[in-house]
Design a protein around this ligand. Structure first.
Ligand SMILES: Cc1cc2nc3c(=O)[nH]c(=O)nc-3n(C[C@H](O)[C@H](O)[C@H](O)COP(=O)(O)O)c2cc1C
Length: 396
């Protein structure tokens, strides 16, 4: 459980802050709503007070607490402002502390998560962009606004991220490994490739893509721009651009083109080792057959082809699914695949590997790091491995 100050600015999206409050309370946090005076014009403070851990704060001077901003600021583990108006963004970037919310942030050393919300013209305004950049550079975690419907029937970029997305940013801001990946480009592959036999059939595997998606989300929450090369389409997530592929060949092409200027490549996809030697362009009929033999030919090893053609200082993370001699096989793969970090799944363990929400892994790096995680969420694996990759950025 963390102590969270939920700051609410005066924008139409203030009603969505009520859902965010419920989500944070549902995760077991102690949440104190802090509303600007303008926010109370959009949603009454009573609604927040009734749902929160304690009464909503709306004034620097009229509360029973004589110095509310320092008490709130010092005791908070995290401050999340949603919606963050152009006005509050300006105040925070310029050291203005003339209301309870801006004064609380100024009196705090806690991590701040900001979810801006405004009309597209306001969001594009040079002053707003300058202030957002200043806050991002100072380590504030920004939840980028989405494209969608805005107030008064307008649409464009500026719509506040959905409450569950902001709650995900808060979750990954609260982990102790949280690092700032702003300015980094990360390419992640996810899911199982499909090798077509004919127009309706394919050879596939049981990979769900959950581990790759977890990497993409954690990295995006920590500020990286992420490209997710995936065989399964996933819901939109801020800073994650999806590239849908199907076969190993398509994945290879996408990975080679997307890794340009990447700082980190995470190869979490389960790529088929073989493909069908001759694809049948019409559906193979059963009628006259009593059996059938498919001839297969080897696919390219995407990871090795990426690392062997690397000329810069991109870090590569590979995955290996093993059924025996995990540590020995991992050490071999760390070197033979030319990766910086290898993550090994023992897929014989219950709750590990394909199509589960949890995983058990052993992680080795070429700099000698080694750790194991038993029966943890795939998000927890992503957190630990990305934190290790971050230390490697710093050591290189
Ligand atoms: C109907 C209405 C909707 C508004 N929506 C937004 C908004 O979505 N984002 C924003 O930055 N400002 C919006 N504003 C302007 C802010 O309310 C105004 O800048 C105010 O001073 C913000 O105060 P605060 O930052 O202390 O909450 C809106 C104003 C009105 C009247």
């Amino acid at each position: 459980m963390a102590k969270i100050v939920l700051g609410v600015g005066g924008g139409i999206a203030a009603y969505k802050a009520v859902y965010l409050l419920r989500a944070l309370m549902g995760e077991g946090h102690f949440v104190t709503p802090v509303l600007t005076e303008s926010a109370t014009k959009f949603v009454g403070s009573v609604t927040f007070s009734a749902l929160a851990s304690e009464k909503a704060k709306v004034s620097l001077f009229e509360d029973s607490d004589a110095i509310p901003h320092t008490h709130l600021g010092r005791s908070a583990d995290l401050i999340c402002i949603a919606p963050a108006t152009a006005d509050i963004i300006f105040k925070l970037a310029n050291g203005v502390a003339d209301d309870i919310l801006s004064a609380t942030v100024m009196a705090s050393k806690a991590q701040v998560v900001l979810a801006p919300a405004m009309h597209e013209e306001m969001w594009d305004n040079f002053a707003v962009q300058k202030n957002i950049k200043a806050l991002s550079d100072a380590g504030y975690m920004i939840v980028p606004p989405a494209h969608g419907s805005l107030a008064a029937g307008d649409s464009g970029v500026g719509r506040m991220a959905e409450p569950e997305v902001i709650a995900t940013f808060v979750r990954f801001a609260l982990v102790e490994e949280s690092v700032n990946l702003a300015g980094k480009k990360i390419v992640v592959s996810a899911g199982g490739t499909r090798e077509a036999i004919d127009p309706v059939r394919f050879i596939g595997n049981r990979s769900s893509g959950k581990q790759g998606l977890a990497f993409a989300k954690v990295a995006a929450c920590w500020g990286a721009e992420v490209v997710l090369v995936t065989t399964n389409s996933v819901s939109e997530f801020p800073r994650v651009r999806q590239v849908l592929v199907s076969s190993a060949d398509e994945m290879s092409e996408a990975m080679h083109s997307e890794r340009a200027h990447a700082d980190l490549v995470v190869m979490a996809a389960a790529v088929s080792d073989f493909r069908v030697a001759s694809f049948s362009s019409s559906k193979i009929k059963r009628e006259v057959r009593t059996n059938m033999t498919l001839e297969l030919e080897a696919n390219l090893d995407i990871l090795t082809s990426l690392t062997s053609s690397e000329s810069g200082d991109c870090i590569y993370i590979g995955f290996a699914a093993e059924t025996d001699a995990l540590e020995e096989n991992l050490t071999k793969k760390l070197h033979s695949k030319g990766v910086d970090i290898i993550v090994g799944n023992d897929v014989t363990k219950p709750g590990a590997g394909f199509d589960t929400d949890t995983n058990s892994v052993t992680v080795l790096s070429k700099l000698g790091d080694r750790f194991s995680l038993e029966d943890v969420s795939k998000e927890a694996v992503a957190v630990k491995v990305l934190a290790l990759a971050h230390t490697m950025f710093e050591r290189s």
